[in-house]
Write a new protein. Structure first.
Length: 83
């Protein structure tokens, strides 16, 4: 968590540059991931903490029900026009 805060402040120190923006975003992501791990963040980062979000569960259930290609028969043929 301390490293994440250092990354955020380093991003602010670099200012509005490409490097500063990237460092700032990576620091913010690390903070969200740590908060999710501790149970204080209920956003999409909760899936990185070992829990699967309800939306991800629904998507995986739909994929299992429709098959691996999501019901798209064009991918079964290999090439267009080939059966």
């Amino acid at each position: 968590m301390a490293l994440a805060l250092v990354a955020i402040f380093a991003g602010l120190h670099f200012g509005i540059t490409a490097v500063g923006v990237v460092v700032f975003l990576l620091g913010g992501h690390a903070v969200r991931r740590e908060l999710a791990r501790r149970g204080y963040w209920q956003g999409s980062s909760a899936a990185t903490a070992g829990e699967q979000s309800p939306a991800a569960e629904a998507t995986s259930d739909e994929a299992a029900a429709t098959g691996s290609n999501g019901g798209d028969e064009s991918s079964e043929a290999g090439r267009p026009g080939e059966r």
